[in-house]
Write a protein that binds this ligand. Structure first.
Ligand code: FES
Length: 285
């Protein structure tokens, strides 16, 4: 299966690292952490924005290809419009992808695959862009050929994008399977073990939970960061949020919601109550 062989080789291609480092620096300088970057991550959506946007140019260019192959005479104008509209949507789609990619920190292997994914998409955009220009000049035959070449690079870029998500876990909610855990009140820890300002990691019925006490109240949330799986008990509490030690996502202590990305999925959050000298937790609905 040459597809998976290609992806595996890219994962191990250390020669790409100088380029990924330089490109990360450029993207981070242009798109620093903040509201714009969070919007591109998709924090407002509750999951990454990039996969949703990707469907738009792919759909338009696929529609144009279908018209090229089966539309016959009279479909040239519609095909040209679809090709051009797809090119116009590339900018926000690429910005969202670059925002996610630049927050992978020290994880080199998805960064290498992501770099080639982006380059394949640049090639696709150039091919469909020149296809549109050729069609506009009346050379539909050349326009169709360029679009076919664009379809080939689009397939490579699409495969690598799928590999990033489904094989390498970029953009996945690392806590999705925790939704299965019991909902009742469950014994968690001794009240005396949860110190003001400290982070305590415990296991409750197979689930990793981090506890902290702030201003006398005890808060609890899942201990594995939803973004890329960092141990949140190694983070710090700041301004009412638990800050991830790897990429700086901020989760509100009160309900686990995301106050700052790159995470887009909230942390599983728990109610806490005291029973004698013990604390019990219950997953928040
Ligand atoms: S692992 Fe990336 S923000 Fe937590």
């Amino acid at each position: 299966m040459w597809w998976s062989t290609l992806a595996g080789k890219l994962e191990r291609a250390k020669a790409l690292d100088p380029v990924t480092k330089a490109a990360t620096g450029v993207v981070t300088a242009v798109l620093p952490q903040g509201r714009v970057k969070d919007a591109l991550h998709g924090r407002w959506l509750g999951h990454p924005l990039h996969p949703l946007l990707v469907a738009v140019p792919i759909g338009m260019w696929s529609g144009a290809l279908l018209l090229d192959l089966t539309g016959g005479r009279g479909s040239e104008r519609a095909a040209r419009r679809l090709v051009g509209a797809g090119v116009l949507v590339v900018a926000p789609t690429a910005a969202a992808g670059l925002a996610d990619w630049s927050e992978l920190g020290e994880f080199e292997s998805p960064k290498r695959v992501g770099l080639v994914h982006a380059l394949a998409n640049v090639a696709t955009t150039v091919l469909f862009g020149t296809s549109w220009l050729a069609r506009r000049r009346g050379d539909d035959t050349r326009g169709r050929r360029l679009a076919l070449a664009g379809a080939a690079t689009m397939a490579v870029g699409g495969y690598l994008g799928g590999h990033l998500s489904y094989s390498q876990g970029v953009g996945m909610n690392r806590n999705a399977d925790e939704q299965k855990q019991p909902r009742g009140w469950t014994d968690a820890a001794a009240d005396a073990d949860v110190q003001e300002g400290a982070l305590l990691r415990i296991e409750v019925e197979g689930q990793e939970i981090v506890l902290t006490r702030r201003g006398g109240s005890v808060y609890a949330m899942g201990a594995v960061c939803s973004h890329y799986g960092a141990p949140l008990d190694e983070g710090e509490v700041h301004d009412g949020c638990l800050i991830c030690p790897w990429h700086g996502s901020a989760f509100r202590l009160t309900d686990g919601s995301v106050a700052r990305g790159p995470a887009t999925s909230p942390q599983l959050s728990y109610r806490v109550r005291q029973q004698g000298a013990r604390l019990q937790v219950q997953v928040r609905p």
